[in-house]
Design a protein. Structure first.
Length: 74
């Protein structure tokens, strides 16, 4: 699961976030939960929770078998 999440972040999600000088990284996977940290321009962006909740979480859950929860961590 960890490898798939990292690949999706690198190839799909981060290129889109890079348009706004941001990105995200996988901090850890604990069972069926992924912990993700936002980077760069995403850290202080007022829309970060919306982007994370409406884009990152659904995309990962849809494309990673067995992933049940995605947390935003600092």
């Amino acid at each position: 699961m960890e490898k798939v999440i990292k690949q999706l972040l690198d190839e799909e999600i981060n290129p889109a976030l890079a348009d706004h000088k941001g990105g995200c990284e996988l901090v850890s996977v604990e069972g069926s939960t992924a912990n993700i940290r936002l980077l760069g321009g995403c850290v202080g962006c007022p829309g970060r929770k919306h982007t994370f909740g409406q884009r990152v979480i659904p995309y990962l859950k849809e494309n990673v078998a067995g992933l049940e929860q995605v947390n935003l961590v600092d």
